[in-house]
Design a protein around this ligand. Structure first.
Ligand SMILES: *Cc1c(COP(=O)(O)O)cnc(C)c1O
Length: 384
């Protein structure tokens, strides 16, 4: 099928709901993508945060191939070797105690909310303005954006939103019925807004003092994206519940909730059919091992600093601020980013919007310095 046929078919038969770009992506390798016409792109969309180890990683391909030849289906009625190994790995790399496996970010947040309510017996959840936690009802109730929420009301009761990085407002919102505070340490969709160290250490103290669970949503920031395996490591704090997904299994759909001993989930309280299926576990194990062996966290930190410094050398009166942590980078403009995203695409660079005015770059952590130089050069050209 050529580009026009692919686009026409998707538009005709899909229920819609996605804002799509007029391109059909058909092939990928590491930090590169190709469209149906053979055009090459440097990928700074990174599957919207899914492609930390790059496209079509060989180790993941062989791990998944081996697993699907052996066993595809294994419900949680039974034990499984790949699942057992992944659970251990997630607990070890997070320093937490136990994990629950599901299939997406929103499901991880959904489970976290249920775990918080059942473990504390309390009902209320406090989340942040500009947050994004997913699209199912519980996660959507924690998500900030009005356009995502209002058409679907009534949402789940018991949710409040407070300004991010503002301790005073948070303290005022806490009640005896607060079960959990749910935060991203770096808000991704909200505009690459970086939490302050002081704020997060105070949030941690408040939670300890008032017996409130701290849920950190690292669906986007996990697995080396910010220069550490998990972004909360930059802050010297630990969550009680950690939500993971996106890059966990190199693109095979998977989510996870990792928690400490404060979380108790009685048998039958929560479950999922596909969660912890052997091939997603095999993919996740191979992907995490690749991140560790290739030291992608350090690479993300170093290349991220290089990328940000190079972007800062762009002279353009369209730029308000450049900020980032590791390879999670936002260029805040004085206007909407969409026309610039299209201009970048025409020049062979794929990037994302965030917030209202931010150009966001989430390249695979295996991107090369030379590729970053090209991305910066194309960004300079479009912002001139
Ligand atoms: C993408 C995202 C989610 C939702 O994940 P899905 O897999 O799309 O359901 C939740 N939280 C954060 C921080 C995200 O970036």
């Amino acid at each position: 099928m050529n580009k026009d046929e692919i686009i026409a078919k998707e538009d005709l038969y899909s229920v819609g709901g996605f804002k799509k770009r007029q391109v059909a992506i058909v092939k990928g390798k590491d930090a590169l993508l190709w469209d149906s016409e053979g055009n090459e792109y440097i990928d700074c969309v990174g599957g919207q945060g899914v492609a930390n180890i790059g496209h079509c990683n060989e180790n993941v391909i062989s791990a998944v191939t081996e697993q699907i030849k052996k066993l595809i289906i294994c419900p949680n009625l039974f034990y499984n070797d790949s699942r057992a190994m992944l659970l251990e790995k997630l607990v070890k790399i997070s320093g937490l105690k136990r994990a629950f496996l599901c299939n997406s970010g929103t499901e991880a947040v959904e489970a976290a909310i249920k775990f918080a309510r059942i473990s504390t017996g309390k009902k209320e959840i406090i989340a942040a303005m500009k947050s994004f936690h997913g699209r199912t009802f519980g996660a959507l109730s924690a998500t900030w954006k009005k356009e995502y929420r209002e058409p679907f009301e009534p949402l789940v009761p018991g949710f409040n939103h407070v300004p991010f990085n503002n301790m005073e407002e948070l303290e005022k919102t806490v009640t005896d019925n607060t079960a959990a505070i749910l935060l991203e340490v770096v808000q991704g969709e909200g505009g690459v807004n970086i939490g302050s160290r002081e704020y997060f250490s105070q949030v941690r103290e408040l939670c300890d003092e008032k017996n409130i669970l701290l849920i950190i949503d690292e669906v986007q920031t996990g697995f080396g994206r910010t220069g550490k395996m998990f972004a909360h490591e930059h802050y010297g704090i630990k969550p009680d519940i950690l939500c993971l997904a996106k890059s966990i299994a190199a693109g095979i759909p998977m989510g996870a909730v990792v928690c400490n001993e404060k979380i108790n989930v009685p048998p039958g309280a929560h479950a999922t059919t596909f969660g912890g299926y052997p091939f997603s576990c095999a993919a996740a194990l191979a992907s995490i091992e690749f991140i560790e062996k290739q030291e992608l966290c350090n690479r993300s930190k170093e290349l991220g600093e290089y990328f940000i410094n190079e972007l800062k050398r762009i002279e353009s009166n369209k730029i308000r601020e450049i900020r980032g942590i590791g390879l999670m980078i936002g260029v805040e403009l004085k206007e909407k980013p969409v026309p610039y995203l299209h201009a970048l695409m025409d020049k062979g660079v794929l990037a994302l919007p965030a917030g209202l005015t931010v150009l966001r770059y989430l390249p695979p952590l295996v991107i090369t310095k030379e590729q970053i130089d090209i991305v910066v050069e194309k960004t300079r050209e479009v912002l001139q």
